[in-house]
Structure formats: structure tokens, C-alpha cells
Design a protein around this ligand. Sequence first.
Ligand SMILES: NC(=O)c1ccc[n+]([C@@H]2O[C@H](COP(=O)([O-])OP(=O)(O)OC[C@H]3O[C@@H](n4cnc5c(N)ncnc54)[C@H](O)[C@@H]3O)[C@@H](O)[C@H]2O)c1
Length: 410
Amino acid sequence: MPVSVASEKLGIWMVGACGNVAATAAAGLVALQKGIAPLTGLVSELPPFAGIELANWQGMVVGGHDIRKPCLLQTADRLASERVIPAELLTACREELVAIEANIRPGVAYRCGQQIRQLADVQVADEAAVAPRQLVSQIQDDLLSFRKQHGLDRIVVVNLASTEPTLPADSAEAAQLTPTTWPELEPHLDTVGSAQFVASSLYAIAAFELEMPFVNFTPSVGASSEALENLSQRKNICHAGRDGKTGETLLKTVLAPMFAHRNLEVMSWVGHNIFGNLDGRVLDHPDNRATKVATKDKVLGSTLGYDPQTLVSIEYIKSLGDWKTAWDHVHFSGFLGTSMTLQFTWQGSDSALAAPLVLDLARLTDRAAGAGEIGTLAPLACFFKSPQGSSQHDFFEQHRALLEWVSELS
Ligand SMILES: NC(=O)c1ccc[n+]([C@@H]2O[C@H](COP(=O)([O-])OP(=O)(O)OC[C@H]3O[C@@H](n4cnc5c(N)ncnc54)[C@H](O)[C@@H]3O)[C@@H](O)[C@H]2O)c1
């Protein structure tokens, strides 16, 4: 008799395992396993998903990579002091989180910029003296040991690491020199210091070569290049990305369709974001911030059908910790050219918003892999600011596509 997916063991391998989002997702998963957390915030627990067999919370095991010494508990304690994770819930989950911390291995910090590299307090290879292939093998050894040690049936790799500066290869001129197929790109893995890769793409390559699905919750390049798409297709494995849509951008993609459907013209949209967690500290560097702003800033044009003037700012204000405040000012015109303004203030805990989506994405990507889906998972667009495989940014259209996909799966 076939074993049900729900009763099998699924590993969730978090890259950036000691960060805020990873620690909140890990604590949340343990709390779900103990039945002490409500299902609020989990999309995959909504009624339409009941018809598809998703991995059971009970069968999930967390491990991961980080370039800091394992400090998941320390991160969780800090989040409890900031009222992101309830203190009593953390106390109840502490023993299991100690066990998860033991599954964290030193990650790789290849060409991910000084702002990230200076966070490292584990031994990371000198990027000018190492062939990327060596780092891919290191990642794969850790994934295989994790699978063996815990008797896992499957693993999903989720990138939750700090945002990398934009690859020079992302620029138009460099793109012309960038290999577009895996056979063209693969030999560069053996070139010491090759400029074709960054850490996030090495994690994706490691996962694909082992036929494990990959989720890129960050704006970093990850698996978004044509050559990596080609690799995923050759390996018959799926992936999803890029940059989780959790707060201000979620609101933008909900509100922009309203302006479009009422034939109101958005003249400008200004969004100021202030927050003080480690992500904010990394994004305080102009190179890292540019990667994030690019994914936050391109959601309006496709929904409105024209490009209003936009400004997105992200500022690191230490005292705010994980609590992000976004203030948006939308200047629009209506009948007879009358100008009006919408302003909103969003105050959310970044990690409490992101963590359930990470768990949803792990489950849905695992389910897609089980159904034999290959390459980019476009139906998961509603989870991302810069959805791969889809130019649709209207949240309602994205949600409809998700439900259609779920109904096909069931
Ligand atoms: N919180 C949200 O709402 C949200 C939404 C969308 C995207 N994101 C993205 O998710 C990521 C995680 O956010 P966070 O708030 O947890 O950040 P964080 O700074 O708290 O955690 C990032 C972790 O990644 C580790 N790291 C950095 N480079 C690494 C590498 N090469 N290999 C392994 N580990 C590495 C860091 O040491 C740190 O522990 C960021 O890129 C952020 O932009 C977050």
C-alpha cells in the first residue's frame, strides 16, 4: 500500500537558520507540533487546501546553514523580549529548539558583499581562493547527513539568508555575457573565484543537483537565472521565489487593483519603511538595499498599466527592532481631474508575518515536487514581491491562480 505524503518525514533546511524569520518559523513549527499555536496566518490551513495532501506538521524536521555560530535560541529569546514570539510559548518549545540548533551547520559566504561577510563568526572560505564547486559539495554533504541522521523522506531548501548585493550579472551589459544554459554555466563552478555565482545561487545549485526543491524567500538572485531554471528542468525539480510578500508590498498589490478597477489615476506612490532588525542593518548598505528596493518598486506598473512616479525608502532605525513601520502616501486623481490622497501606516512584526508563509511555501513546494512539477512554480506568485515565472502582481489574480492550481492538484 502506498505511504501517504502526510505521514512521511519532511526536512525543512533553512539557509540563514539563526535569523529572525528562521527562528520564528522554527518556534512556530514546534508550537504547531505541540498543538499550542493557533493556525492564524497559515494560508495552507485554509479550507481550499484541505483537498490536497500536504506534509503534516508532526513529520517535519528543521535544520539549516548559517554563517554565524548557531544562535537560533538567542535569536528566539530576543524576539520574545520584543513581543514577537510569546514568552510562554518559547518556554514550552525550548527543548525542541535546542535539538534544532544542533542541526545547524556552517554556511558559505561566497561573493555576498562585505555587509554580510562581516556577520560571519564561523570559518568561511576565502572567495578569491576557492572554486564554487567545493562550496556546493560542502552544502550537499550537510544536506545528505541531515537526511540520513533523521531518516527523512524528502527535503525542501528555503533561503532565508541576508539579502545579497545585486549580482553584476543582473545588469543588462553583463547579462549578455551570462550563460543561459546549465551546460554553459556548470564549468564555471571549477573556476576559483568565479564571478558567475553568489552564495544564494550555490545553495540553489546544491539543492537541484540533489533533486531537492528550493524556495527563495529573499530578494537575492538564488535560482532566478535562466541557467538555473535550465538546471531545475534537467533535474525534474521545482522551485519558487523571489522575496516574500509580507507587508507594505502586499498592501500595494491589494490596493493598486482598486485604483485600476475604479479608473482612478495614481500619479505618485511614495513608501517609507523604517525598522531595526538585523535584516534592516544589512539593508542599510546601499548595495544590499538596491536589491530589495528593486523587488519592492516594480509591482505597480503591471497592475495599473502605466508607471506612476514612485519612491521606496528603507531606513535602519535600531530601536524599532523587528517592528517595521511603513508609511505610504498615494497621490491620485479622479473625475474632473480632482486630486486626492490615500495615506496608510502599517506596523507589523516582520518575522511574525513572514514565518507562516515560510511554512506554507515549504509544504506547497514539497507537494508540487511530489506531483512532478518541474521548473518555476508560477502559481505561488501571490507569496512573492518579485514572483518568478509570472508578471502578474495583482494580489487577487495571483490568489485566483493559486486556488486554480490547488484545485488541479486535488
Ligand atoms: N521578514 C520579512 O517580512 C521578510 C519579507 C521578505 C523577505 N525577507 C528576507 O528574508 C531574509 C531573512 O530575513 P530576517 O529578518 O530573518 O534576516 P536576519 O538578518 O535576521 O537573518 C538572516 C540570517 O542569514 C544569515 N546569513 C547571511 N548570509 C548567509 C549565507 N550566505 N549562508 C547562510 N546564512 C547566512 C545571517 O547570519 C542571519 O542569521 C532577508 O533576506 C529578508 O530580506 C524577509
